[in-house]
Design a protein around this ligand. Structure first.
Ligand code: ASP
Length: 444
């Protein structure tokens, strides 16, 4: 059994959190490759080290005296954060030399990505020293192309060979290098991606992603009181839910392990006793509830077009869609009837182009009516179990009717993995609670 473990920023925010992470690592000798993030927030209005590094770099390179002064004081705060971790772990480690180099590199303008990457680099240095595990710099094993795009094949080749030489290693997340040797980073939250790439390179049996929640929840805890956790979820279900805003993991972290057939397990550093959520390609395990999760987003607008005999007019849809494309609007959903079609788009984007879109539609297809409706929400009810259960949509709609929620739109994806429901913004929370209750609360 070989495990790759990644610890997020909140799991390494201070000495106590570092200690918890190290206990988790030491508790299981299969946890051999470790990918740390930079220290995150210790409390809600604290700052993430990565944010402080971006700001420091901006100040260091602004070129005026006042900014340089501010840079030095902010840089000192960053040093203190790391020093307090070292002190809190009673370590005999000095990062003085590292800090001198980094400070000089900031002032000489080594690049924003380099600056941001130092958060993970220093976390990795501390972790490697504390655990007495070799440190492998991500700049030597993660590669980007000249244009900043990740280079998966070179990375996999070099990383596999390098990690074969070491039974255990700490590899900092978030960054790598470009062909000219300069540092590049993934987008924010990118240590998740590094973890996934390492898991693939070492052919791990599992990629454990340790964070501050016990996995994915069936619904947003801000809407549903103490929602149940999801034990296992397929990549496809996850994609549907993340698209609707349920994010725990960087989206790009899925591809490397999915291709290699390695499951991801989301675990909570503060509650290691919780099983977390297992993300898998497919599972024979019968889901506990018919639905796996509910997620949704507010603030959509719909444009409904009616025209008699629309169905027999060849090219009608294409012409309408062209109007949206010409105005740079991306379409979220498109339910249609015989003589009507509705198009759901983000409200803010549509309102900025309202006249162009409506005029464009009249010009393109000469409709009988064009109706614009705002303040709509879309709710995705997702579950691999829905296919095998008759009456799922019936249950959703009767629950919503009982809760006095009017449904404006329904779109069942062709995968039968999800049902998308459109309701008014004001009914959003009530609708989610009603669906949760009918499928989860009443089944307990
Ligand atoms: N430290 C980086 C960020 O804050 C990357 C990460 O934590 O995954 O975005």
């Amino acid at each position: 059994m070989l495990k790759v473990v990644k610890f997020g920023g909140s799991s390494l925010a201070d000495a106590d959190q570092f200690q918890k992470a190290c206990d988790i690592i030491n508790e299981d000798e299969n946890r051999r490759y470790i990918v740390p993030s930079a220290p995150g927030k210790r409390f809600s209005d604290d700052r993430k080290v990565t944010d402080m590094l971006y700001e420091s770099y901006y100040l260091a390179t602004a070129g005026d005296e006042a900014s340089t002064k501010l840079f030095h004081s902010l840089f000192d705060q960053i040093k203190e954060r790391y020093q307090s971790i070292i002190d809190g772990l009673y370590m005999d480690l000095s990062l003085e030399e590292e800090f001198d180099t980094i400070e000089a590199d900031f002032l000489s303008g080594r690049g924003e990505a380099y600056a941001a990457s130092r958060g993970e680099y220093l976390s990795g240095k501390i972790l490697a020293s504390y655990l007495n595990v070799p440190f492998v710099d991500a700049a030597d094993v993660v590669y980007f192309h000249e244009d900043g795009k990740f280079d998966p094949s070179l990375t996999d080749e070099v990383m596999s060979l390098r990690l074969e030489e070491t039974y255990r290693a700490v590899i900092p997340g978030f960054y790598g290098r470009k062909p000219d040797g300069s540092i590049e980073t993934f987008s924010r939250g990118g240590s998740d991606i590094t973890g996934s790439i390492v898991a693939r390179a070492v052919h791990a049996d599992i990629y454990e992603n340790w964070t501050d929640v016990s996995g994915f929840l069936v619904a947003d805890p801000n809407i549903v009181h103490h929602p149940k956790a999801i034990d296992s979820i397929t990549y496809r279900e996850l994609r549907e839910l993340s698209y609707m805003g349920a994010t725990v993991l960087h989206e790009a972290a899925i591809f490397p392990v999915r291709e290699a057939g390695i499951p991801i397990q989301i675990r909570n550093t503060d509650r290691p006793q919780d099983p977390g959520t297992l993300i898998v390609e497919s599972t024979k395990q019968k889901p506990r509830f018919v639905l796996t999760g509910i997620a949704g987003k507010k603030d959509f607008a719909s444009v409904t077009i009616e025209k008699e005999m629309m169905n027999s007019e060849i090219g009608f849809c294409r012409k309408v869609l062209q109007v949206f494309e010409d105005n740079g609007l991306s379409i979220e959903h498109m339910p249609s009837g015989i003589d009507t079609m509705s198009i759901f788009v983000h409200q803010e984007e549509l309102l900025a182009k309202r006249t162009e879109v409506i005029d464009g539609i009249y010009e393109a297809v000469n409709p009988d009516v064009v109706d614009l409706e705002t303040d709509q929400s879309l709710i995705a009810v997702v579950g691999r179990g829905m296919r095998e259960n008759r009456g799922t949509s019936g249950r959703i709609f009767s629950a919503l009717a009982h809760a006095n929620v009017n449904v404006n739109m329904i779109d069942q994806g062709s995968s039968e993995l999800n049902i998308i429901i459109g309701v008014k913004n004001q009914d959003f929370e009530t609708a989610i609670r009603a669906i949760y209750d009918i499928f989860v609360t009443t089944q307990l």
